[in-house]
Design a protein around this ligand. Structure first.
Ligand SMILES: *[C@@H]1O[C@H](CO)[C@@H](O)[C@H](O)[C@H]1NC(C)=O
Ligand SMILES: *[C@@H]1O[C@H](CO)[C@@H](O)[C@H](O)[C@H]1NC(C)=O
Ligand SMILES: *[C@@H]1O[C@H](CO)[C@@H](O)[C@H](O)[C@H]1NC(C)=O
Ligand SMILES: *[C@@H]1O[C@H](CO)[C@@H](O)[C@H](O)[C@H]1NC(C)=O
Ligand SMILES: *[C@@H]1O[C@H](CO)[C@@H](O)[C@H](O)[C@H]1NC(C)=O
Length: 759
């Protein structure tokens, strides 16, 4: 349903006289009123047929028309229009034009002007009518029509609005009266309204008629004010002049039409007035307590829950329903568009950080929850629902960055072995400092180093006496297992020690043993000594057992390393921004260490497979496998490959020198293979196939050894990074008691392991 200006005008016209309504009843609406030709043709000596007169202007139709009609009636009389000789054959009611031009004097117009003066368009329409009928170029006073001849859109200083915006106004406003003039709202809208182009509201073909029964002229039609008076066109429709409306309609600021404070209608009214007449039509602080979706109310469609909504108590979930209400969403023109919404203040009043537990307090969902709460209620007055340290909680906490859920620290309540993250159980006992924790590892490493070094000295002599290492004896297997078992035993013993400490009863045994398996140790050191000795004197047995023990322990430590890398990947620690988190540096070191460890393990495995293949090929064919750098003088496609080839070449040459060194020392009677400076690889013709075979197999062994030693060293570094980072990160969460005793146990067992390895 659209408000038609016709009905508005008729409504107001009806207030004054029935004529217009009669006009509507008798009207046979003729839509092509444009065909109508006006006066001159049908002029009978200065008299015209009333239906040829210009229709009544809008602002007259909206007022009491009696003066207007009586003026016209006075100039209308029955005239003979057809003669036969002196006999009149046809009589007609005609209006005398001269009489009209004197009849519509300024006195008559003066009575109508205050109303017609409101809207510049209506005034212009009236002026055009007067000029046409009377030829006068002013209305009441000379010069009062200046500018009306050539109106421009700028004449509507405040612009215009479509009449449809009335639907955005609450009925308490549309039914109210202006505080200024006590005139009804609808009436003022009608007086200021206009259409896109001039419209006829009645019988356009017959705008006037002399009604004999009334003895008066009546209007059967009137013309609406058209915007095209300004020489411009706008979209078809009904509009009203804002300046006209706003200067006529005012609200009583003391007693607003929709004064029920906080009510939706009150908001609608103020928004409507602001959008139509600007903020000057309203009190200074009119925006206070408006029910708008700007901030105080959140449209239901825009409402969203945090990720941990499943863990929210029912009371909180119910809040959106309890705090639901209607609020105004501003449309582009600033009018109210009623939407379902949640009252922000109502919701926030009843929620705080602690309203929701469980996953709302855990890491990412906690961060999300805090952000959600802060966005929702952070700007609500007097809301203090977030804990004081919420900024820390909004970033990963150190506890979040520890990949496992248990902590090594005394528990007050021995039932909670697995702490819920973030709940920091106050540690009253002083925890050993981080330096001391790392220092104990250093001590164990130094002791192991010394033990390995000394036992190697002793072992070397014995080996020289004893037989060489037989690859098929299983001594290294048992010894390696034994050394690993010793280390595990040490870890178990220490776990036992920890468990015996009051407050630590519930420490998870297996977890702790496994974690300690990833400690950096120098137990692999014996393998390094192999390199610096002549080949034949090499204690392969010792190094093999150490290597095997190390492999077992590294396998066990993979549990935590892989867990860490995986946790870091899941929570985007490797690529995400961690800098906002507390203690992010040690965390970065720890995660880098774990990743490094994993990479080295993978590379070592690849290396091992390649070496195994090489040895396999060698034993199958017994043929001489020329080094790659020699065979591969083919085209290298890019720089990276070139670099790799170069690097490979360097390494190979180093290996060869080492191999040469050993071969030279151990079997000087055989013809050595000569490596000249230019890197040319010359196989002397005198060299026996057996010698070559021996040389190559040793070279493979050397490569494997070098790879192993480098991997071990890098793994050791990775483990230091991991533990260094972990200790820095966990701080109070990792608090081994009796650190001195633990260190002593490790040292003792490491010494034992080193000695066993060497014998
Ligand atoms: C008509 O309106 C103008 C302002 O729009 C005002 O200055 C003038 O006094 C008004 N005239 C009458 C007769 O009301
Ligand atoms: C406005 O439009 C009406 C109807 O189309 C037309 O009769 C009238 O002459 C136009 N007025 C002006 C000033 O263009
Ligand atoms: C009030 O109206 C003015 C301009 O008429 C507009 O800039 C402002 O945004 C409106 N205020 C509100 C709260 O709608
Ligand atoms: C506007 O401010 C005045 C005082 O400056 C105060 O008395 C009045 O209650 C306020 N109105 C609203 C709606 O907040
Ligand atoms: C909000 O909390 C207040 C007490 O703080 C209580 O009186 C009120 O009923 C609660 N509202 C809802 C909707 O739960």
């Amino acid at each position: 349903m659209r408000i038609s200006i016709t009905s508005l005008v008729l409504l107001t016209a009806g207030l004054y006289r029935v004529a217009a309504i009669e006009a509507l009843h008798s009207a046979t609406v003729n839509s092509n009123g444009e065909d109508r030709t006006l006066t001159p043709q049908n002029s009978y000596g200065g008299w015209v047929n009333p239906e040829d007169l210009t229709p009544m202007p809008q602002c007259i139709a909206q007022q009491d028309q009696s003066t207007w009609l009586s003026t016209m009636t006075k100039c209308t009389g029955k005239r003979c229009t057809r003669h036969f000789g002196f006999i009149c054959t046809h009589q007609q009611w005609l209006t005398e034009l001269n009489c009209l031009s004197t009849g519509f004097s300024s006195d008559v117009i003066e009575g109508y002007l205050p109303y017609c003066n409101r809207s510049v368009l209506a005034k212009a329409q009236l002026y055009l009518w007067i000029r046409k009928i009377t030829g006068r170029t002013w209305l009441v006073d000379l010069g009062d029509a200046n500018g009306l001849q050539n109106l421009s859109p700028a004449a509507l200083a405040e612009g215009y609005a479509a009449v449809d915006v009335i639907y955005s106004a609450p009925s308490c406003l549309t039914r109210s009266v202006s505080a200024l003039s006590m005139e009804p709202f609808q009436h003022i809208i009608a007086s200021c309204s206009f259409t896109s182009t001039t419209q006829h509201t009645g019988n356009a073909a017959r705008p006037w008629e002399y009604r004999e029964s009334l003895r008066s002229m009546i209007a059967l039609d009137f013309e609406t004010v058209g915007y095209n008076l300004t020489g411009h066109t706008i979209r078809y429709g009904d509009y009203f002049d804002k300046e006209c409306f706003c200067s006529t309609f005012t609200i009583d600021l003391k007693e607003e039409p929709c004064s029920e404070l906080g009510h939706l209608d009150w908001t609608k009214e103020r928004l409507w007035m602001n959008a139509t007449c600007g903020p000057t039509s309203l009190p200074d602080n009119w925006t206070d307590r408006l029910k708008t979706t700007e901030f105080a109310y959140i449209p239901t469609e825009d409402w969203h829950w945090p990720m941990c909504v499943a863990d929210m108590p029912k009371q909180v979930n119910e809040l959106t329903r309890q705090c639901a209400t209607d609020a105004c969403e501003l449309d582009p023109s600033g009018y109210c568009n009623v939407r379902h919404a949640v009252d922000r203040a109502c919701f926030c009043r009843n929620i705080s950080y602690d309203s929701c537990g469980g996953s709302c307090h855990i890491f990412e969902t906690r961060i999300d929850y805090i952000k959600w709460l802060h966005d929702l209620c952070g700007n609500v007055q007097d809301w203090h629902g977030l804990p004081d340290n919420w900024r820390q909680l909004a970033a990963p906490t150190p506890l979040d960055m520890i990949p496992w859920r248990w902590a090594l620290k005394p528990f007050k309540d021995s039932n909670i072995a697995y702490i819920t993250r973030l709940e920091s159980v106050g540690t009253t006992e002083t925890c050993a400092s981080n330096e001391w924790k790392l220092g104990s590892f250093v001590l164990v490493n130094i002791a192991t180093f010394l033990a390995a070094f000394l036992s190697q000295r002793i072992g070397m002599h014995r080996i020289a006496r004893d037989s060489l290492w037989h690859p098929h004896s299983w001594g290294w297997f048992f010894k390696g297992t034994f050394i690993a078992a010793l280390q595990l035993l040490a870890n178990w013993f220490n776990t036992f020690l920890v468990q015996e400490t009051p407050g630590y009863e519930d420490v998870p045994v297996l977890q702790l043993i496994l974690l300690w398996c990833s400690m950096p140790r120098l137990a692999w050191l014996p393998i390094l000594w192999v390199c610096v000795q002549p080949f034949e004197a090499m204690n392969f047995s010792a190094s093999a057992s150490s290597l095997f023990a190390e492999m077992i322990l590294q396998f066990l430590s993979s549990y935590y390393m892989v867990m860490t890398v995986n946790y870091g990947r899941e929570h985007n620690f490797y690529f995400g921004v961690m800098e906002i988190a507390e203690r992010w540096r040690p965390a970065k070191i720890m995660y880098a260490g774990a990743l490094l460890w994993l990479i080295i393990i993978c590379m070592a495995l690849v290396q091992l497979l390649r070496a195994a293949r090489k040895v396999n090929r060698l034993t199958v064919s017994g043929s001489l496998d020329l080094p790659k750098w020699q065979r591969g003088k083919q085209t290298t496609s890019n720089i990276a490959e070139e670099l790799m080839a170069q690097l490979n070449e360097r390494c190979t040459r180093l290996m060869e020198k080492l191999a040469y060194n050993w071969t030279d020392k151990s079997s000087s009677e055989e013809t050595p293979l000569i490596i000249n400076e230019g890197g040319d690889y010359t196989v002397y013709g005198t060299c026996s196939v057996e010698g070559r075979y021996k040389w190559v197999s040793r070279k493979a062994a050397v490569e494997l050894y070098a790879a192993t030693v480098i991997s071990m060293l890098l793994l050791w570094i990775a483990q230091w990074l991991f533990w260094g980072g972990f200790i820095g990160l966990s701080s109070e969460e990792f608090c081994p008691p009796n650190l001195g005793a633990l260190t002593a146990v490790w040292t003792a067992f490491s010494l034992a392991g080193a000695i066993v390895g060497a014998t």
